[in-house]
Design a protein around this ligand. Structure first.
Ligand code: TEU
Ligand code: CA
Length: 570
């Protein structure tokens, strides 16, 4: 094994989207005390780390990903005292807290931006990216990730400012050393409070192409911006500086988010030399290819083809081996629910396919991330009206493509939102079958999935056959078997169009994993003559030579001697 050991490589991370996790004070909005009250549930599940989506002061234009004060807590979530209490309680339970660091941009209500926009001569002017327009046009034809121009004209000083996301999320100018110093100072402040790391939001976007070129027009309205605002010329210089000035001073976990990331780039961001970050989130398995996918392609339901998915995930498993540490996830607050997108959320197969997906991911190499409710097999929800939607990305897309330009019907786009929209992940956590799924005693800020009566934590935590209990066992297996953390990955059955299989090898142990991706019986002889012992399966009984619908099996075999291995793997 040539991986240097680290606590965050051996951990399982649970992502909490605070707004939708648990409401403790009956205002319909999740909050910090609601999280604290449910920490024992997470301790029981066995997770090691919580990735906490932003809780900083924010006007919530993008539900907290628009920060107006990095050193204060948004009132809807509680107070800094509530945060300190949650942190202390989590630590007492052996759970670490990783904060979401949103520093590609701030809110337009942050004092830095208020100063910056006040005058061209203000010392904070260059904290953001201001440019003159071209006549009555913005500086470039770029479209924001959240629809519309990526430039907002500001009357006061007659210039435009760049916002890759909403106009209330102006991009920070990382080329300005003062910006970087202000960010590092804030990060140090949080590390001194005792947090255990950062998830770095859209971190590959902090260095832009200095030529600010026009982008190719893909939807007939605006030009692409991602090729010019992601992976810019100085991104690694900035992160090495961040590492020297802050990260290297603490025993913390870091994970960077980078839409459009390649393996070679990932090795620069999260290489074993530890000069930048610990690991990265790539998007290759959850996006439709390049970021230039025509808009509606982004929204179409894409039940993915096994071969395509396996090629991507195997490429990342083998591509990072010995070079960088990886992350493993099916969904998060920006993605639809895993069992609806990658599995089968029908009554007959939801539980089986949720367990199969969990097995496939959690036996791989890298740090696994569980998104709130994934451990229950929570599903997508149908959004039948735009008034059901809360996500600014969906609302802006609807306004642009239905209301303003009539490029798609309301029904069509809502069907896309129901399949792929971010709001699918943001419906309230389903705790029990009481009103609002036990999330709140008041009407929640977003509709509860009506299936909360059947899919909820209370009905699963004591059921040994539940999705919850299966995740709990997977987490325990990772904690008990070093091969699952550090074993080398080897693909198996790479030509199968219905089975995803692979091995993990560590010293004389071999872990064999096979998952039937389909709802049919499929032939599989992998386990017929194994001398190994079964570690986990989503079926109690097996048919020799067959994997049943969505059947997953994991065996651990100890080889007699290493010499045998070369013979058996030749
Ligand atoms: O997302 C950044 C990003 O890569 C987006 O393209 C994201 O994938 C998109 O929203 C998915 O449709 C981060 C956060 O995860 C996201 O919630 C925020 O909205 C965004 O940054 C701005 O902070
Ligand atoms: Ca609340």
């Amino acid at each position: 094994m040539n991986d240097k050991k680290a606590w965050w490589k051996e951990a399982v991370v649970y992502q909490i989207y605070p707004r939708s996790f648990a409401d403790s004070n009956g205002d319909g909005i999740g909050d910090l005390n609601g999280i604290t009250q449910h920490l024992p549930y997470l301790a029981d599940l066995g997770i090691d780390v919580i990735w906490l989506s932003p809780v900083y002061m924010s006007p919530n234009d993008d539900n907290g990903y628009d920060v107006s004060d990095y050193r204060d807590i948004m009132p809807e979530f509680g107070t800094m005292k509530d945060f300190d209490n949650m942190l202390a309680t989590a630590h007492e339970l052996g759970i670490k807290i990783v904060m979401d660091l949103v520093v590609n941009h701030t809110s337009d209500e942050h004092e830095w931006f208020l100063r910056s926009r006040s005058s061209k001569d203000d010392p904070y002017r260059d904290y953001y990216i201001w440019k003159d327009g071209k006549g009555s046009y913005p500086p470039t034809n770029w479209q924001s990730v959240f629809s519309g121009s990526a430039w907002e004209y500001d009357d006061l000083t007659g210039q435009y400012y760049l916002h890759c996301f909403t106009k209330k999320q102006p991009d920070l100018n990382w080329a300005n050393k003062k910006v970087r110093e202000s960010v590092y100072e804030m990060m140090t402040w949080w590390c001194e409070k005792g947090i255990d790391g950062f998830r770095l939001d859209a971190i590959n976007m902090i260095s832009k192409d200095p030529s600010f070129p026009e982008g190719p027009v893909t939807d007939g309205l605006y030009g692409e911006l991602m090729p010019y605002v992601a992976q810019g010329p100085h991104v690694h210089e900035y992160l090495r500086e961040m590492n020297r000035k802050v990260l290297s001073k603490y025993d913390i976990m870091t994970v960077g988010e980078a839409d459009g990331l390649s393996i070679e780039e990932a090795v620069k961001y999260a290489g074993n030399d530890g000069s930048e970050l610990g690991m990265m989130f790539h998007f290759e398995h959850v996006s439709k290819g390049a970021t230039t996918t025509p808009v509606f392609g982004k929204w179409d339901h894409d039940h993915p083809d096994l071969t395509k998915l396996r090629n991507i995930l195997n490429k990342w498993q083998t591509g990072l081996e010995g070079r960088a540490w990886g992350s493993l996830y099916w969904d998060n607050h920006d993605q639809p629910r895993a069992v609806s997108r990658f599995g089968n959320d029908s009554r007959q197969y939801r539980v089986l396919s949720a367990k199969m997906l969990a097995t496939l991911l959690h036996m791989m190499k890298g740090t696994p991330y569980i998104y709130q409710g994934e451990e229950l097999g929570m599903t997508n929800m149908t959004f039948s009206s735009i008034s059901d939607c809360r996500d600014v990305e969906q609302i802006n897309a609807y306004r642009q493509y239905v209301t303003k330009h009539g490029m798609i019907s309301s029904e069509e786009l809502l069907k896309c939102f129901s399949a792929m929209g971010r709001d699918n992940a943001r419906t309230p956590m389903q705790w029990d079958n009481s009103m609002n799924g036990g999330f709140s005693t008041a009407a929640p800020w977003i509709g509860v999935n009506p299936n909360y009566t059947e899919i909820n934590a209370a009905s699963q935590i004591n059921d040994p056959d539940s999705v919850y209990s299966y995740y709990k066992k997977l987490i325990r297996l990772r904690h008990e078997n070093e091969i699952i953390v550090y074993g080398k990955f080897r693909p198996l059955l790479e030509d199968s169009d219905c089975i995803y299989a692979y091995e993990r090898i560590l010293d004389d142990d071999v872990l064999t994993v096979a998952c039937n991706w389909t709802e049919n019986n499929v032939k599989c002889s992998l386990f017929d003559c194994t001398s190994g012992r079964e570690l986990i399966s989503n079926y109690d009984d097996h048919t020799p030579g067959i994997l049943k619908p969505y059947e997953a099996r994991v065996y651990l075999t100890r080889l007699a001697t290493t010499t045998n291995r070369s013979a058996s793997f030749s």
